[in-house]
Design a protein around this ligand. Structure first.
Ligand SMILES: Nc1ncnc2c1ncn2[C@@H]1O[C@H](COP(=O)(O)OP(=O)(O)O)[C@@H](O)[C@H]1O
Ligand SMILES: [Mg+2]
Length: 507
């Protein structure tokens, strides 16, 4: 048996899967694709998170595109964070190219050109479905993390939220929040002091300054009505294909605070909203973050911890999270350690630092009798990558240098006319982009708060009944019913999301 034949068997055996899967391309040996040696990723392990890394121009974004469109084809909705604005082409079929045909011939996979159902979302006033959240819904915990507050300052934020909830004062935007904060040490000083104790002016001053800093990054665009419901991210089109939601983030690249605020709120809300998945054979939703180093850049330790814990938790909800970045070292070690799928494109060895990074990266991949990983890392061509996935049983698949398939959709952006067409067809734009009247916004939010309170009351009622029925326990201890918002902070075991959905987080 020739070594190439041995390699073929190695790949075929290592990538066998009983369930449904995505074909990434064909394994490569000695720099050449081995036709039909398919490298496959089971849908079952796609909620185990992943990384797509490599130098600029090596094919990371196209790999993201390939995975996203194949997921959509399988009826799995996708969310793409598009920081460079180069993904909208997914809505249109690829025009094809002799080079693409050549690539697919080598892989042994017929090439099919098609476009996918796309929804464009936006954090700013750019064209697209507006993504917003109210400050009330964002909640005291995340707000304190984002502002990087001390424990004392965090306590004040909690009091402000409690006061507003007690008095049915919805905090729609940061302006509302600043107002209450000022009131607490101004006209309302006595009222606050009686109810919650003394609040120091120097602490509120610091919080105010930090809020202004956040506003300067454009956070006032994000905070407000009408808030986005994450259920709208998991839509399937009439042909059974998952929607590909593209969040255009081109205009917030230089505003890391706003980006992390948004990411945190989105992840927390998804976590709070989606039901727990048992042993599912496919993910519910897959998120890709292109240029992911931007969420970790300038993030405080507290914020990183919060992100890491949500990344860990969200997996059980059937949500896969994929980081796309130049260097794996851009991603915190705790997050890296949790990743199931790794797609490593070429790295360039210009400097001593580069060579060190290459060595470190190579060490993170399983050994292979067919490759010198370090060598392969620098010799991979464009649209080629080292892949290591998880099989159905959660075991790492063999390391495979892979000639990746080409995207079925267009590798270039939509024209203005095409974009207009996509936006014109959008049902979500109609739902989210009208400005709702403030009076009704209050009502809607009050209703939400009341609903959460009723839920808490019901839960308590059930608890009381449980306790009453169990004779072994004394039921004399009076339960101190707390407002949900305060519960959030005092126990720190709840996460409030964009919608203010309150769910217990098991740590
Ligand atoms: N899987 C692929 N199939 C065909 N061409 C590809 C593939 N991946 C990359 N390319 C080519 O390489 C170019 C750069 O890829 P891109 O994904 O934008 O790189 P990166 O995101 O790493 O900077 C693309 O415009 C395309 O021409
Ligand atoms: Mg890119």
């Amino acid at each position: 048996m020739s070594t190439t034949e041995k390699f073929f068997e190695h790949i075929e055996k290592g990538y066998t899967t009983k369930g449904d899967f995505i074909t990434m391309g064909a394994g490569m040996f000695n720099g050449e694709a081995v036709t039909n040696a398919f490298v496959k990723v089971p849908l079952k392990t796609l909620n185990r998170h992943g990384l797509i890394a490599g130098a600029t121009g090596t094919g990371k974004t196209k790999t993201l595109q390939v995975i996203a469109e194949n997921l959509s084809d399988k009826g799995i909705p996708v969310l793409l964070m598009d920081l460079k604005g180069d993904l909208s082409g997914i809505a249109q079929p690829s025009p094809g190219h002799p080079k693409i045909d050549e690539r697919h011939e080598k892989i042994g996979l017929p090439f099919e050109a098609k476009g996918f159902p796309v929804e464009i979302l936006s954090l700013s006033e750019q064209n697209g479905v507006r993504l917003r959240a109210t400050v009330s819904e964002f909640g005291p915990v995340l707000l304190s993390r984002i502002l990087d507050l001390t424990v004392t300052q965090e306590g004040i934020v909690a009091v402000v939220f409690k006061y507003c909830d007690d008095n049915k004062l919805p905090l729609l935007d940061l302006k509302d929040f600043k107002k209450v904060l000022q009131y607490a040490t101004g006209e309302g000083k006595k009222e606050f002091q009686e109810a919650y104790g003394r609040i120091s002016t120097s602490s509120t001053g610091t919080i105010l300054r930090k809020i202004i800093e956040l506003e300067q990054q454009g956070a006032d665009l994000f905070f407000g009505e009408k808030s986005f419901e994450v259920d709208d991210l998991v839509r399937i089109d009439e042909n059974g294909r998952g929607y590909i939601n593209i969040i255009r983030l081109t205009d917030i690249q230089d505003r890391p605070k706003l980006f992390s605020t948004f990411m945190l709120s989105l992840l927390a809300e998804i976590y709070a909203t989606f039901p727990e998945q048992g042993d599912s054979d496919r993910p519910e939703l897959v998120l890709f973050i292109d240029e992911a180093h931007l969420i970790f850049k300038e993030a405080s330790k507290a914020l990183l911890d919060q992100i890491e814990s949500i990344v860990k938790l969200i997996r059980s909800k059937g949500i896969g999270l994929y980081f796309v970045t130049q260097n794996p070292t851009d991603v915190p070690d705790d997050v890296l350690a949790q990743l199931g799928l790794k797609v490593q494109h070429a790295l360039r060895a210009f400097t001593a630092k580069d060579r060190k990074a290459i060595k470190l990266t190579a060490e993170n991949y399983p050994d292979s009798e067919f490759y010198d990983t370090k060598e392969v890392l620098t010799s991979l061509g464009i649209g080629e990558a080292l892949i290591s996935a998880l099989d159905e049983k959660g075991r790492p698949t063999p390391l495979a240098a892979t000639l990746l398939r080409a995207p079925m959709s267009r590798m270039d952006v939509l024209t203005n006319a095409e974009l207009k067409e996509v936006l014109g067809k959008s049902k979500l734009i109609k739902k989210y982009n009208e400005d709702i009247d403030r009076e009704s916004a209050y009502e809607i939010l009050n209703e939400k708060i009341e609903k959460a309170e009723k839920e808490a009351e019901k839960e308590e009622e059930r608890e009381r009944k449980r306790k009453a029925s169990s004779r072994s326990r004394s039921s004399s201890r009076r339960s101190t019913r707390m407002n949900p918002v305060v519960k959030v902070l005092t126990s720190a075991t709840f996460i409030r999301g964009v919608l203010g959905v309150l769910k217990k987080v098991i740590r």
